[in-house]
Design a protein around this ligand. Structure first.
Ligand code: FES
Length: 141
């Protein structure tokens, strides 16, 4: 029968097991290979064909930190996907629900409203329109 590990040894082992998880959290909050802070568009940006966003649906343009949604009448809305909690870029869209993996906030891509905390402030709305069949988003004045 082997001796039971002491409390201090168990504590060290538990700490070592958690360290990689903490590292993942940090990686998720910073853009890969860059020290620049992710940002919403500061000038008009062309996102893609208008047909990409169906009525009642949404599309996440991760490379531009923008989500575009379309209501049942066909009107487009666009929001910055920089999380209003601590500025992580939101990387997941499921249906019309945006999920921030940094601390678990969720947002409605149709309205920008917060669905789950810790964020309390809605996403920043952008101007959106189409030019030659392409969706263009830009900051509001
Ligand atoms: Fe998005 Fe904290 S930065 S939940």
């Amino acid at each position: 029968m082997s001796p039971r590990p002491s409390a201090s040894r168990r504590t060290v082992l538990r700490g070592a097991a958690l360290a990689p998880v903490a590292g993942l959290g940090l990686a998720a909050c910073s853009p890969e290979g860059s020290s620049a802070k992710p940002a919403a568009p500061t000038a008009p940006v062309e996102l893609g064909p208008e047909s990409e966003v169906a009525k009642g649906g949404a599309r996440l343009y991760r490379e531009h930190n923008v989500v575009v949604s379309r209501d049942e009448k066909g009107a487009l809305k666009a929001y910055s996907t920089i999380c209003t909690h601590a500025s992580c870029p939101i990387s997941k869209l499921e249906g019309t629900k945006l999920m921030c993996f940094c601390h678990g906030s969720e947002f409605d891509a149709m309205t920008g409203e917060v669905l789950a905390p810790p964020a309390t402030v809605p996403l920043t709305e952008l101007e959106v329109g189409s030019e030659n069949g392409r969706i263009v988003a830009s900051p509001r004045n």
